[in-house]
Design a binder for this molecule. Sequence first.
Ligand code: UDX
Length: 458
Amino acid sequence: MTAEKKILCIGAGYVGGPTMAMIAFKSPRSRVTVVDINPERIAAWNSSDLPIYEPGLDKLVAATRGRNLFFSTDIKAGIQENDIIFVSVNTPTKTFGHGAGMAADLQHWEKTARQILEYSESSKIVIEKSTLPVKTALAMERILNSRENGVRFDVLSNPEFLAEGTAIRDLEQPDRILIGSRETPGGLKARETLVEIYAEWVPREKIITSNIWSSELSKLVANAFLAQRISSINAISALCEKTEADVTEVAYAVGMDSRIGSRFLNASVGFGGSCFAKDILNLVYLCRHYGLDEVADYWESVVHINRYQQERFIRNMLGAMFNTLAGKKICLWGFAFKANTGDTRESPAIFIARRLLEEQARIVVSDPKALANARADLAGVEGQISFIEDPVQAAEGCHAIAILTEWDIYRDIDFRQIFRVMTQPAFLFDGRNILDHRRCFSIGFNVYPIGKPPLTHF
Ligand code: UDX
């Protein structure tokens, strides 16, 4: 069968892999190839042990791989053989030079643009899937159109809004698909080609189109708004702890206002993940670049509150445990930045673990999916660290448990048994407000939720 659409994705990561699997699944007449420079990653995509954990992903890959979904390291052939190219390489925050800690590091992205130019023998539609600073498409166009060889490139922006842990559902039933293009005949035609791909399963009214800069900016702004809601409720959680208000009740009451809405109002130990901090810092950098310092300060405060919330968690632990953690054994339940993923990027757990070790506590890290990443994150950090997957075993002999990820398994644990194996007085610091606090208190724990009065036996 000749494929109707020949699609390539450069970058086999969290976004590229699942998104292409969904396109291949929903568009059986298309042929989708995913390439990456990392041979181990590609080998994993070709094995039964996929490189990322995402509920439902294995089924999707099993249904499509070898049929119309292929994983390969041959970037050159990929570019030559396909005419619709998604670019989904990582764009982390720059760690060096001008803009370090703020701006996006675009080296992988630019290298990819140059490879597309070098290997293309026919015209291509190039789609930015990675989150990029506004106006990156312009730079992409300039690189791609730097040669006069009759090959035409149309650049589109199509940001991905999927969240980890629910990626497959988000891909299958997205709130919206956003496609930004140039308003030229070529740009509009390219845009229509991409609309057709998504229209295989997404209702037309949910596929929205815009100019290319609006599309690029919308992705940053969407993440900034979501993160801002979390920082807003986390800031209020600090006030709740002082005033005996209960942040869950406040969030519920506030969220009932249909203008505000109830989602993303769970107070927590802080947000993590590869996108929020990175995208806000990117937005802040852009604002500063354009001389909009007040706007930059406004958004930067979202990141400041997030760090403040993590430091506050440590201060609360210190205060509760008689102002010293030295030599005490503290069990961290959860290391992933959220439940249902093994991803630990920017996880508050990394900061919390380091701070506890600075206080000379001994830590036991437990997580059902993220222990390998946790080991890597804490490699070289001084102090006594052990890793135990089973949460009950991990809690043995500990003075405190800090819940850092909202894994369901922690809700259903036998807390009587946990209480018996811990050092007394036993402390629970619920950084996700997922436990039945009254029940844990009645078993004997001293319980410290986020944004609620603590329940203590002293
Ligand atoms: C986010 C965006 O949701 C997604 O649209 C974008 O494409 C990528 O960034 P993700 O990072 O996968 O997705 O996770 P998300 O579910 O948004 O959670 C981010 C962080 O916020 C997690 O650490 C989570 O635990 C925390 N969070 C979320 C809260 O602390 N409180 C909440 O109410 C919601």
